[in-house]
Design a protein around this ligand. Structure first.
Ligand code: NAG
Ligand code: NAG
Ligand code: NAG
Ligand code: NAG
Ligand code: NAG
Ligand code: NAG
Ligand code: NAG
Length: 532
């Protein structure tokens, strides 16, 4: 979950994976309070001492266990010497970008200060996670799992799982995050990680105790608010930086003393790294015997693109909504705009710059959301990026904000001309993943789209020399971050903001307030807004 580099992770359990879904059923409608202190600590997951970031002395941080419709208040105290912000990744579909916790929406919580996030968890269930958004802190910790449980009134389409597990998979560097950051600043790339950790633990340290014969839910894995069909079973899953799934696992009933490895393997890296956890039964030996499988063979991008396409929505069941998902015909809505976003990388003479349609993002000291609110027109100029790539534009440094209208139905094609995997995330939304293919996208590719039962999610991979197409209804006003989930790319400019404005607000300088939450009373001001 806290992948820094785009490793491809394959989780193998040698068990049955029935695909996806939900969790236990609780009631909601209540306010939930958390008090978190973020600080440095020394930990040595791989036997090498490292300064890590803990929350309430825990790595990973505390589980955020909430139910749909809960109103959540999280008071974060920054006891570090560096500014801090947390973002609620993976479709905690905030209705307010004031709570998004990224640099374009919030001023950082300064050392010695605290700030309380307030948000309601709406229209979703499943396993998500949070992590520090200010760059590279996620390499040191500060992340944790979020469970959004069902409302009691909405049934789940399978037997209640016997137990739940959170599985956080991340790569790990023994190097300090500040050293890594400095290294990027002077033009170096990141090295290979030192290891893959599961739940912040080294090989065979994370254990999962299964009850024979029962269904368990393991939780790195989840498509927010949709159930997938159950005709396919998977014994491995292709997971990318920043993605989460919920899966049902049917435990074996013929336990014969064996324990089983849970394997997260990086594939398509020169040296394959393994994160190893252990699945145990009551009478199991402590550790699995035998050799560790690196995952399915033969191994190809085609194999995993086919797997991604095979995961489809079950249209006959609702998830967080009472109505069956199939009643929403996303494939029949007219598209109001198409964005073709092509990623690139270029050396600017000092360091690498990662780009979207030739524009590499420059952070401002004033959050864009605040600049917008106070009508400061000198912080950024909107629409410096074109909707489609122009191969004459190699590098523009700028604060890229795309203006869009509330309720627009936008078709986005991520075009990847490079040999490496890309992973894209959009805050504030889930989108329908309608197509993927190798080569260069053109209009004819629309014929291959799944306009019927595609899954909806917030983070999507684009395979090397390939494209991925999504459809998104801009039904959430605010300033929303679209970014590469690969930390290096993100840090070096591969992001933009989509400013979703209220109807009738054609003037880009007006504030999108129509359906949006008001500015929080406890808002922190910084940059040009400090004295306003
Ligand atoms: C999560 O919250 C639900 C509802 O309050 C509770 O029943 C359950 O025990 C909690 N789980 C954990 C692991 O805290
Ligand atoms: C900081 O924490 C205190 C209690 O510890 C709380 O009363 C106050 O509202 C918090 N400040 C902000 C800005 O959230
Ligand atoms: C496991 O197998 C035993 C013996 O075959 C059977 O009695 C038991 O009901 C099974 N348990 C489950 C949970 O399926
Ligand atoms: C969809 O879910 C329903 C309810 O659980 C189930 O009966 C049906 O088999 C599922 N359909 C598919 C194709 O998996
Ligand atoms: C236990 O069962 C597994 C698979 O069902 C098998 O691979 C293994 O050899 C068995 N172990 C023993 C000790 O019989
Ligand atoms: C979609 O566009 C077509 C062609 O322009 C038009 O005939 C149709 O009414 C539109 N549908 C909706 C729902 O707006
Ligand atoms: C506001 O900030 C921008 C950069 O973020 C700067 O260029 C500009 O001069 C500032 N304006 C004022 C009035 O300070």
């Amino acid at each position: 979950m806290t992948l820094i580099k785009p490793l491809r992770l394959i989780t193998l359990t040698f068990l049955y994976f029935v695909t996806v879904l939900t969790m236990l059923v609780y009631t909601s409608d209540q306010e939930i309070f958390f008090d978190w202190t973020v600080s440095y600590a020394q930990r040595a997951p791989l036997g090498v001492n490292k300064q890590v970031i803990v929350i309430n002395d825990q790595l990973p941080g505390p589980l955020l266990n909430v139910t749909t419709d809960n109103v959540v208040h999280i008071n974060i105290h920054n006891d570090m010497t560096d500014p801090f912000l947390t973002t609620w990744l993976n479709g905690v579909q905030l209705r307010s970008s004031w709570q998004d916790g990224v640099q374009g929406t919030n001023c950082p919580i300064l050392p010695g200060h605290n700030w309380t996030y307030h948000f309601q968890v709406k229209d979703q269930i499943g396993s998500l996670f949070y992590f520090p958004s200010l760059h590279f802190k996620k390499a040191a910790g500060g992340f944790g799992a979020i469970r959004v449980n069902n409302c009691a009134v909405i049934p789940i389409p399978f037997p209640l799982p016997y137990q739940d597990f959170d599985v956080l998979i991340g790569d790990w560097y023994n190097t300090d995050y500040q050293v890594m950051r400095t290294s990027l600043d002077v033009g170096n790339g990141l090295p290979m990680p030192d290891a893959i950790l599961i739940n912040g633990l080294g090989p065979n340290e994370a254990t999962f105790d299964f009850q024979p014969g029962y269904i368990s839910l393991t939780i790195p894995f989840w498509f927010p608010w949709s159930y997938t069909t159950q005709d396919d079973e998977y014994d491995s899953l292709d997971i990318h930086v920043g993605q989460s799934y919920s899966v049902l696992v049917t435990a074996k009933n013929d336990t014969n003393g064996t324990s089983y490895p849970m394997i997260a393997s990086s594939r398509f890296t020169e040296n394959i790294l393994f994160g190893l956890g252990v699945i145990r039964y009551p009478d199991s030996v402590a550790y699995p015997l035998g050799t560790i499988s690196p995952g399915p063979t033969p191994f190809s991008y085609t194999y995993f693109m086919l797997q991604a396409q095979s995961i489809r929505r079950n249209l006959t069941v609702g998830a967080s909504w009472a109505n069956p998902q199939g009643s929403y015909h996303y494939g029949q809505i007219n598209i109001s705009r198409t964005l073709i976003l092509k990623n690139g990388v270029i050396f600017d003479g000092h360091r690498l710059r990662y780009t979207i349609n030739g524009v590499s993002f420059i952070q401002q000291d004033t959050p864009l959301k605040l600049a917008d609110y106070f009508r400061l027109s000198d912080v950024f100029e909107p629409n410096i990026m074109f909707d489609t790539p122009n191969d004459n534009v190699l590098l523009v440094l700028g604060t890229s904000v795309v203006d869009a209208m509330y309720h627009d139905y936008v078709h986005v094609v991520f075009q990847n001309p490079l040999q490496e995997i890309q992973t894209w995330h959009l805050d504030g939304y889930n989108f329908f993943v309608v197509g993927m293919g190798f080569g260069t996208w053109d209009e004819s590719k629309k014929e291959s789209y799944n306009l019927f039962d595609a899954v909806s999610r917030s983070t999507i991979q684009v395979y090397p020399l390939a494209w991925t197409a999504i459809l998104v209804k801009l039904d959430n006003q605010g300033m929303w971050n679209l970014r590469s989930q690969n930390a290096e790319n993100w840090y070096l400019g591969q992001e933009l903001y989509i400013r979703v404005k209220g109807i009738g607000q054609d003037d880009p300088s007006t504030i999108p307030i129509q359906d949006e939450a008001r500015i929080p009373e406890n808002v922190i001001k910084c940059g040009n807004t400090t004295s306003l």
